[in-house]
Design a protein around this ligand. Structure first.
Ligand SMILES: Nc1ncnc2c1ncn2[C@@H]1O[C@H](COP(=O)(O)OP(=O)(O)OP(=O)(O)O)[C@@H](O)[C@H]1O
Length: 603
């Protein structure tokens, strides 16, 4: 007889449940059709911003004029819900303040919450990083005079305060992308960096930005009432990712005086405006909310010295490109050459590289291969499952996962589906079958999305059903299994989805359900798995060759997995018969590092 997930957790042989593992009760479950109600009791805005103290590091002169709550969010990013003008202060919203305890006007220690959550877990997470896996990683750089990499954080002068925070983060040595990207950025160079999922790209762009701001001597910002003038802008495609980057950046800049603020859609704009008024050095934002703030003249980009686009290929694909162009080219942002621009992603298709080069000046291209040989850390499986069998197959997987106890009860499972309705339906079905599940997608309110993510991260709801809104960037250390219940239509999306597990050198498992509806994915998936030394089922190989011959492969990377791990400038110059940058970096170091003959793990 099948037992429920909860039963088996209780019966699990690997120890008692952790003290804070609260099993979700049925009564806590709200069926999808009853959700999406706007918060019923939005407390009125009680404190006037002018009555609030100003940040100690702001050159911004806050206004004491009357305060209008923002009301219209007409630039959706990922299914933004309009909450009207009311703003909750604290309450159910994740407190995304700038990291300052306003009552006592002291900086909140962002590491406190880490320590408080679960000591055992955080130790496990940090000691679990397998640095040996990084040793033979192939790295490819191109561009003029590429600064050489470093081996330790000590080799780079990041400043004492930042060094302290690196220690607090328990980062012992830089990951490969950090070894290369940090010196390149510290040298003031623009950068396009392509490095595997979970390899520490966030720190790779945050450290040079924080260091650069600390090195700026006196910054004279314009004195325009109620307009914030950040020095650095970090853009990311989803609200949750922006929040995560904000949390990380706050840790890295703790006690440096550098002020980090986040602005994203779906959450009350009033609170974000208030934070901006208190002063901001680094603004982390989603494009839609930023355009809104720019149009209201509440943010000016005229002082921007650093621009970072995380998940840059996503930011420049068809969905976001107009907004990004508007922000970078049509507002008051300094031109390339006058600012430093850093683009990061795990995938960089050539056509996107070409677009991205519009924003860059004499940039370095950096490709860091996946840990070890490709995604060795992520065991990839693909199973042929008819649409009608997917649910029972998922249930079997979840049961098996519990029974073999590989990941223990702390392992989380992330299930990707194609549609928002599909996510609701699957979550509902899992819950009524005794599996504690929650969901995240664009039709849920931001408050619900944040709650779902928190519940998943804490392990209270160890199954998260998600659309692609959770595919990129999210760093949830205990995700042991990613299930592609519905495969995406693009192999890059698959790469990002499975990258939610196997992070920072840890092992993970990814299972994909494949059927005749996924014909276009057969070849890229088979190629990717092969490249990653995974076992490719014979039936998938047959599908792949069939799709190839029938021309049924409409995937844009039908020529095999490349993920843009190669500088497109080389190919374009090569095609013209010219060697654009020559074969070496400017320091006499071969432009290709790692095993001989390997130009990039992504090729
Ligand atoms: N030098 C380091 N030492 C130990 N852990 C690190 C180091 N740098 C980053 N990490 C940890 O590695 C994890 C992954 O980092 P991060 O989220 O920046 O990856 P990413 O490359 O941006 O991934 P993605 O492509 O999925 O966005 C995080 O938990 C981070 O704290």
């Amino acid at each position: 007889m099948r037992t429920s997930w909860a039963d088996s957790v209780d019966n699990s042989a690997d120890g008692p449940p952790s003290a804070n593992a609260v099993r979700p009760s049925r009564s806590a479950y709200v069926p999808p059709h009853l959700r999406n109600k706007p918060p019923s009791s939005e407390p009125p805005l009680t404190s006037h911003p002018s009555s609030l103290p100003a940040s100690d590091r702001t050159n911004f002169v806050g206004s004491t004029a009357g305060y209008r709550g923002g009301s219209s969010f007409n630039k959706p990013d990922y299914g933004r819900q309009d909450y009207g003008s009311g703003g909750r202060i604290g309450g159910g919203w994740n407190n995304r303040g700038g990291g300052w305890d306003r009552g006592r006007e002291r900086e909140v220690n962002p590491f406190e919450s880490d320590e408080a959550t679960d000591h055992t877990l955080s130790e496990q997470e940090n000691s679990g990083i397998n640095f040996d896996a990084y040793d033979d990683i192939p790295v490819d750089t191109s561009g003029e005079n590429v600064p050489p990499p470093v081996n330790t954080f000590a080799e780079i002068d990041l400043g004492e305060a930042l060094d302290q925070n690196i220690k607090r983060c328990k980062y012992v040595k830089p990951t490969p992308v950090q070894r290369y990207a940090i010196p390149i950025s510290l040298a003031g160079r623009d950068l396009m960096a392509c490095a595997q999922t979970g390899s520490g790209k966030t720190a790779a762009f945050c450290f040079p930005i924080i260091n650069g701001i600390l090195r700026m001597s006196h910054v004279q910002r314009p004195r325009v009432a109620r307009t914030a003038f950040p020095l650095a802008l970090i853009l990311s495609p989803t609200r949750e990712l922006s929040c995560q980057i904000h949390d990380e950046a706050k840790k890295f800049s703790y006690q440096t005086g550098v002020k980090v603020v986040v602005a994203y859609g779906g959450a009350p704009i009033v609170q974000q405006l208030r934070e901006l008024e208190r002063g901001v050095d680094i603004l982390v934002a989603t494009p839609g909310r930023l355009v809104d703030l720019l149009e209201r003249a509440r943010v000016s980009l005229q002082m921007i010295r650093y621009l970072a686009l995380d998940e840059a290929d996503r930011m420049l694909d068809m969905g976001f490109e107009p907004q990004i162009r508007k922000i970078v080219e049509q507002m008051d942002m300094p031109l390339q050459g006058m600012r430093q621009t850093m683009l990061f992603s795990a995938t960089f298709p050539k056509e996107i590289q070409r677009l991205a080069s519009d924003f860059l000046d004499n940039y370095v291209f950096l490709a860091v291969g996946r840990v070890g040989s490709s995604t060795d850390l992520i065991a990839q499986r693909v199973e042929y499952v008819l649409e009608s069998d997917k649910r029972s197959h998922l249930m079997d997987l979840l049961h098996a996962q519990k029974e073999n106890g590989i990941y223990g009860k702390q392992g989380l499972t992330l299930v990707f589906v194609e549609t928002k309705k599909g996510a609701d339906a699957l979550e509902h079905w899992l819950c009524i079958n005794g599996f504690p599940a929650t969901s995240i997608h664009g039709d849920r309110s931001q408050q619900e999305r944040e709650l779902a993510l928190r519940s998943f991260k804490s392990g209270n709801t160890p199954i998260l059903v998600a659309t692609d809104v959770a595919a990129r960037g999210l760093d949830i250390p205990r995700v042991a299994h990613v299930v592609n219940f519905d495969l995406p239509n693009d192999i890059d999306d698959y790469v990002h989805r499975i990258g939610r597990t196997g992070r920072a050198g840890k092992m993970g498992l990814a299972t994909a359900f494949f059927n005749d509806n996924n014909l276009s994915m057969a070849k890229p998936l088979a190629d990717l798995m092969q490249e990653a030394n995974q076992e490719v089922p014979a039936w998938l190989t047959r599908y792949a060759s069939r799709a190839h011959h029938s021309g049924g492969n409409r995937n844009r990377r039908s020529g095999g997995p490349r993920f843009g791990g190669r500088d497109y400038r080389r190919d374009s110059q090569h095609n013209k018969g010219a060697d654009y940058y020559g074969g070496t970096s400017g320091y006499g170091v071969p432009a290709t590092y790692g095993p001989p003959g390997v130009t990039s793990a992504w090729d």
